[in-house]
Design a protein around this ligand. Structure first.
Ligand code: ADP
Ligand code: CIR
Length: 342
């Protein structure tokens, strides 16, 4: 294995922080689960248009490869090696009244957290057998939920194409064939071991063995952010009674992509902002002020359609869950005000 080549205009954080010296100091290292630098950086080496370019194979990756990962974490989250993550998922601490009660702008609200099981490596380093055990453990835990959270687990293997396509189009199910995940080894043995759980109303969903072993999702039409957060907090609390999630005192919840560490939370709205969308500079000035990210409406790396954008908190580590949602909610109020003025 040689020092990788990046094009001169490469903007990934991998390319920025993988100096030849750091490369040389890490290239022979291996975690207890056998994860190497080559595996860690494969996605960003193959996809030189990555924003980040790395995926961890286990919790230990974050210690062993810290000379590369710490600077990436600092730049993305503004979180240094001496900082400690703090969690707060108490919905009574959130002040997020519906910013759009007349439903003119916000189409839907979604909050997700990523989780991984404490006693397994992360997806890029998960063996086929382990992935199946994770699927079994998680679907068993989900089966025990009741009330509003009760639902069914649908494995991807054997799901008919039309159902799958519809679930993806309706924003409930993950896409297939993501080249960033593919290069990270996250799509091995596809579709076996993957699946989706949801309640009858599709307001509570869990993705199994996608980028993380669990993606726990609460979503609903409109802008009732408070209700979406309260449902998520309840679901996480219930699942925690049955499953132990990978968690570090310093980095919070451990996820395969360093952008998701900490809260592992992305709180988003799909929001119609056609006027702001035509004035990208003004739009970005507001999203930067509230530390928000703009995505297209079919998820990351997709484009906006009809002036509808996915607006979410960018930072997930070093702020609490309540702060992450509050940032999104406050930013959305400012965006709606700006849209009205144009
Ligand atoms: P993640 O949220 O897990 O980081 P993506 O950005 O790929 O991953 O989004 C996953 C799916 O969730 C996509 O289909 C996306 O359109 C959908 N989604 C995200 N936010 C919302 C929202 N507020 N309302 C409806 N669907 C949403
Ligand atoms: C990239 O580097 O652009 C991709 N690996 C995605 C990074 C952030 N998104 C994510 O974790 N889903």
């Amino acid at each position: 294995m040689y020092y990788p080549e990046f094009p001169p205009d490469c903007k990934s954080l991998l390319c920025k922080y993988l100096s030849p010296e750091i490369y040389a100091s890490l290239k022979e290292k291996k975690t207890r689960y056998g994860f190497t630098l080559e595996q860690l950086i494969r996605s960003g080496v193959k996809n030189v248009d990555s924003g980040i370019g790395v995926y961890a194979g286990d919790e230990e990756s974050y210690e062993l490869f810290a000379p590369l990962l710490n600077p990436i974490i600092r730049e993305y989250h503004g979180f240094g090696p001496e900082d400690r993550h703090i969690s707060d998922m108490d919905p009574s601490h959130l002040r997020a009244e519906n910013p759009d009660p007349e439903e003119k702008y916000i189409l839907s609200t979604r909050i997700r957290v990523g989780r991984n099981l404490h006693c397994f490596p992360l997806g890029p380093n998960l063996a086929r057998r382990e992935r199946l055990i994770v699927e079994c453990m998680v679907s068993d835990a989900l089966k025990a939920l009741d009330g509003e959270l009760a639902g069914e687990y649908y494995p991807l293997l054997g799901m008919d194409e039309a159902t799958k396509r519809q679930l993806i189009e309706d924003h409930f199910l993950f896409k297939e064939g993501d080249r960033f995940l593919e290069a990270a080894g996250l799509n091995r043995d596809w579709p076996e071991g993957r699946g989706i759980f949801h309640n009858r109303e599709k307001t509570f969903l869990v993705w199994v063995n996608e980028e993380d072993e669990l993606r726990i999702i609460s979503m609903q039409p409109g802008g009732d952010i408070q209700a979406v957060f309260a449902r998520l907090a309840k679901a996480v609390e219930e699942l925690q009674k049955q499953l132990t999630f990978a968690f570090s005192e310093r980095l919070g919840y451990i996820t395969s992509c360093p952008t998701n560490l900490g809260t592992a939370m992305r709180a988003s709205v799909h929001i119609k902002l056609p006027r702001l969308g035509a004035k990208m500079e003004a739009f970005k000035a507001i999203t930067d002020r509230y530390d928000l990210q703009i995505r297209g409406i079919h998820g990351e790396h997709s484009e906006s359609e009809g002036g509808v954008y996915d607006i979410s908190n960018k930072r997930r580590l070093g702020i609490t869950e309540v702060q992450a949602v509050q940032q999104m909610a406050d930013g959305v109020v400012a965006l709606i005000e700006a849209e009205k003025k144009l």
